[in-house]
Design a protein. Structure first.
Length: 365
């Protein structure tokens, strides 16, 4: 029986919660995830109308991009739309889930989907996350080193860019003396033992630490495996804010802006003064991404696309880069398609539906 937690685990496999920013509140907002999954309604924003739609369609799971709850609740009286949504969801035994900045920061998340729509190539993270990586060093008898190394790789360690199974190995000699009550794999109790060992070094993101440790303990022959973790300052290229990529060929500024408007079906597109340069390298960040303008300039992009920008941002770019603002809602409506693709690939017979509610709080004349 497929349960709601199974659906959410698959989403978090692609967009782990630890990828979210510190201000965010992605994850389960309301409900019991252990109940059987009857159908999922996919949306950008959670509103009362969306909940009514889910009930009418028989969906007991609503997956949104924007979290319903950002601040702690001190009461639940229906005083605002957030409280009313929670109360209505509880009455109807619904689960509300949000994948927000974790989906923004994930590879193949919001920004990669926009890049796909615009035909960008050689796409990479614009502002990779830092402080995410650990180095693991462990010491294994020579005969068992390959088995331990393989287990670490299978647990997710050893990925550097497009390479996997990455490690560095040094031969050396370990020494130890087993005390009374020990059952040493090699050597004898009370006797100093020296053993030819391999020092295995590999790399992993912090969120895999527990899984990799379990793999180490399960395969290492010693009762007390020796290991060290080191925090790394290296950027982690697999996750971060924004992307940068290239068009197959140069395009005229005005013509490319028009193509963006048509491709994304925009009501309007705001932009800074045209620079007079052709567009080849493009940086973008869905939602509120103006903070990445300096990174886009440093990456050599001729154009930066985002959902929101302040008035002065249009001045500050001067002629260093063309700024295009497409709207917050418009830049992230693609999240419904991302959710559908993730779920349908893993659970092809499970019913997923797009919400028909236009939750954009910004209106156009």
């Amino acid at each position: 029986m497929l349960r709601i937690r199974d659906i959410l685990q698959e989403i978090e496999r692609h967009a782990p919660l630890w990828l979210q920013e510190s201000f965010d509140n992605s994850g389960v907002q309301v409900g019991d995830v252990n109940q059987p999954a009857q159908g999922a309604l996919l949306c950008l924003d959670m509103t009362e109308a969306v909940i009514d739609e889910a009930v009418e369609l028989g969906c007991n799971l609503i997956i949104a991009h924007h979290p319903l709850v950002f601040k702690p609740l001190k009461s639940l009286t229906g005083a605002n739309y957030v409280q009313r949504c929670i109360m209505k969801a509880c009455k109807n035994d619904l689960v509300i889930y949000a994948a927000h900045t974790n989906l923004d920061n994930a590879t193949d998340g919001v920004n990669f989907k926009l890049a796909e729509y615009l035909g960008l190539q050689n796409v990479r993270i614009l502002n990779p996350q830092q402080g995410i990586l650990l180095k693991l060093a462990t010491f294994v008898p020579e005969a068992q080193a390959e088995a331990v190394r393989t287990a670490l790789f299978e647990a997710g360690a050893g990925h550097i860019g497009a390479y996997d199974a990455c490690s560095f190995n040094i031969r050396g000699e370990g020494s130890f003396r087993a005390s009374e009550g020990c059952q040493p794999f090699v050597g004898s109790v009370g006797t100093l033992h020296r053993e030819p060992e391999i020092r295995i070094e590999t790399i992993l993101p912090k969120y895999l630490k527990s899984r990799v440790l379990r793999a180490l303990f399960a395969t290492h022959p010693y009762e007390e495996p020796a290991f060290d973790f080191y925090s790394l300052e290296n950027e982690w290229q697999q996750a971060g804010s924004g992307i940068v990529g290239s068009l197959p060929e140069e395009e005229d500024e005005r013509m490319f802006l028009q193509r963006i408007k048509e491709t994304l079906e925009l009501h309007s597109l705001r932009h800074s003064h045209l620079t007079g340069r052709k567009i080849r390298k493009v940086a973008l960040c869905g939602g509120s991404g103006a903070f990445l303008i300096p990174e886009a300039i440093a990456a050599g992009a001729e154009l930066f696309i985002t959902g929101e920008a302040k008035y002065n941002d249009f001045f500050d770019v001067e002629d260093r880069i063309l700024l295009a603002v497409i709207g917050h809602y418009e830049s992230e409506i693609c999240t419904k398609h991302i959710f559908r693709d993730i779920i349908s690939k893993k659970f092809p017979t499970f019913a997923v539906q797009f919400s028909t509610i236009n939750s954009n709080p910004v209106n156009y004349i």
